[in-house]
Design a protein around this ligand. Structure first.
Ligand code: FE2
Length: 411
């Protein structure tokens, strides 16, 4: 199969992309627009990019909002309470059905790589076992990384450490954590040392829910970054949320950034989730409750956007469309300057792939997997401005999804 009349990010002109089975065989400049041969795809002078990436979602919790009760306060902490009630009703099949339904929503919006956090603070590890099966059963649709995520703590939950170890033995790809939720500061610190040891010993990646609170005293990011720096693991470590950074004073943050840069860790921000959950203890002025996305990016560090939730106890909306998250995030993070807009897709493609440590399994280059999207606009700016879509998703050299754009008639 070939894709003709393709625009590529950061390059002038039109391109012809040849796929050979499940690999990209060639990418050549095209002197002029051509008509597509039978069996080929016509990008119609629009962008062709590597697939969108969802770097942070909780597929074991999606599609549960209101079961058995809605989160009325809108806080993260009521979300955890509501989830504890729903968790008691979770079954193997229930988890698999909801996760697969959500994966279909992600696929319909051009996502082919997903990192999901799965709650392992459950003596039976029921959700994890279900998600391990989902990972195998959906390989034709997405590459799924599973994070062993201790929603109710590692040190603060009975047998928390053993459950994390068991989760990795069973097949989790990534070690998670939630230091700001542990009962004490000391437990938060020891949880990070424990999870970094576990990852180092087993070769797992690391992705920690870190400082997901407006409390400016929540400073576990420095602990995670220092552990990553000392062990030389930065490229394999991600700090998710880090929203307390939005409340740190600039003097502390300036010192912190020096360490963050030396550590080489990655960052994920979930802007729609954080703008909804944070700032809940403020009257006015009211904090945005997000990490310093633009500043992290300007400092040359790696940051990307994720959805976090789709219709769960923490966030009642969502439809799988990460472009919606990108648009909201650019607004919320003061990133509507043209320099940011014209490379905005980095935040849901290349930067996210780096966070997931995908290496040569990702990217629009010869000899890499034939996974790509045809978008509905010619560049990043127009994709955002027109609220564009992924129109075609190709995976392993085959069309996985086609979307017909809405058309408008007058009169
Ligand atoms: Fe999360």
């Amino acid at each position: 199969m070939n894709i003709v009349n393709a625009r590529l990010r950061g390059r002038e002109g039109l391109f012809h992309i040849a796929l050979d089975g499940s690999q990209i065989a060639a990418i050549n400049e095209q002197p002029a627009v051509v008509s597509a041969a039978a069996g080929d795809l016509d990008a119609a002078s629009n962008l062709v990019v590597a697939p969108f990436v969802e770097p942070h979602i909780h597929l074991d919790a999606t599609l549960t909002a209101g079961e058995p009760a809605w989160n009325m306060s809108g806080t993260l902490f009521e979300g955890i309470e509501r989830w504890a009630e729903r968790k008691a009703l979770v079954t193997h099949e229930d988890t698999k059905t909801r996760a697969k339904k959500t994966i279909d929503m992600l696929v319909d919006h051009g996502i082919q790589h997903v990192r999901t956090h799965v709650d392992v603070t459950d003596p039976t590890l029921a959700a994890l076992k279900a998600m391990l099966e989902v990972r195998e059963e959906t390989r034709h649709l997405i590459d799924l990384q599973i994070v062993a995520f201790p929603q109710e703590g590692i040190e603060s939950y009975a047998n928390g450490r053993a459950l994390m170890e068991q989760a990795v033995e069973l097949g989790a790809d990534v070690v998670g954590g939630i230091p700001h939720f542990e009962n004490t500061r000391d437990q938060g610190v020891s949880s990070i040392k424990f999870l970094m040891d576990l990852a180092e010993r087993t070769g797992c990646l690391v992705d920690v829910h870190c400082d997901e609170t407006d409390d400016p005293q929540s400073r576990f990011l420095e602990v995670l970054a220092e552990e990553a720096r000392v062990r030389g693991m930065g490229a394999r470590v991600t700090a998710s949320h880090t929203v307390a950074m939005g409340s740190y004073d600039n003097a502390y943050c300036s010192k912190l950034f020096r360490l963050l840069k030396m550590s080489g860790i990655n960052f994920v921000s979930c802007p729609t989730e954080s703008i909804h959950l944070q700032g809940r203890f403020d009257s006015y002025p009211k904090r945005r409750g997000l990490t310093r996305v633009a500043e992290i990016d300007r400092a040359g560090m790696n940051v990307c956007f994720g959805q976090d939730s789709i219709v769960d106890p923490w966030y009642p909306l969502g439809n799988g469309n990460i472009l919606r998250i990108l648009e909201a995030g650019l607004h919320i993070c003061h990133m509507l300057g043209y320099e940011d807009l014209k490379r905005s897709l980095d935040l849901i493609t290349d930067n996210s792939a780096r966070t997931l440590h995908l290496g040569e399994r990702y990217g629009l280059e010869v000899n890499r997997p034939a996974n790509l999207l045809i978008l509905s606009a010619p560049d990043d700016y127009e994709m955002i401005r027109t609220q564009g879509h992924a129109l075609v998703s190709v995976r392993h050299g085959e069309v996985l999804m086609r979307r017909t754009p809405a058309s408008v008639q007058r009169g």
